[in-house]
Design a protein around this ligand. Structure first.
Ligand SMILES: Nc1ncnc2c1ncn2[C@@H]1O[C@H](COP(=O)(O)OP(=O)(O)OP(=O)(O)O)[C@@H](O)[C@H]1O
Ligand SMILES: [Mg+2]
Length: 142
């Protein structure tokens, strides 16, 4: 996958194809920030991306704030949605996740606390176009 990447998808299957193609390019150490309204498909995307690594039991981290998975890579799947303060984030070890250079970190609703996001990151933005239609924009930031 080349960045920036942009697509309009009409179905879950098309999002899944993009998620798998995105996952194929991961090498470890990435921070991936997913933004878009409620139900836009952030968790869906992470779920399908991690399926590429044999992790099929992903669910939304919104209540736990962070879920951790491990096989060929370590994955941290974080959701800022229910976070009340940045302190809460550092209490659960956010800095350790970011400093883990071999891990891949996914952050849903990262836009809620932009000040804690590293500059070097991949942004995935979802826009709902219709019930099953989405616009997906992926950009890489140095
Ligand atoms: N083209 C599509 N791509 C992704 N998801 C789709 C698509 N069409 C329909 N959906 C559905 O939209 C929903 C997306 O839910 P998901 O939990 O991934 O959203 P979210 O962005 O993580 O929301 P939240 O902000 O609550 O965390 C799922 O039920 C999924 O099946
Ligand atoms: Mg979600």
């Amino acid at each position: 996958m080349k960045f920036p990447f942009q697509a309009i998808v009409a179905s879950e299957n098309e999002t899944e194809t993009i998620a798998k193609s995105f996952a194929a390019g991961l090498v470890g150490g990435e921070v991936v920030v997913l933004s878009g309204e409620l139900g836009a498909g952030k968790t869906f995307f992470v779920k399908k991306a991690l399926t590429s690594f044999g992790i099929t039991w992903v669910n939304s981290p919104s209540f736990a704030i962070v879920n951790e998975y491990k096989n060929s890579f370590k994955f941290y799947h974080i959701d800022f949605y229910r976070l009340k303060s940045i302190k809460e984030l550092f209490d659960i070890g956010f800095n350790d996740y970011l400093n883990d250079t071999e891990a891949i970190v996914f952050i849903e609703w990262g836009n809620l606390f932009p000040e804690v996001l590293p500059h070097k990151r991949i942004e995935i933005n979802f826009k709902m176009k219709s019930e099953n239609g989405r616009e997906i924009l992926i950009t890489k930031h140095a």
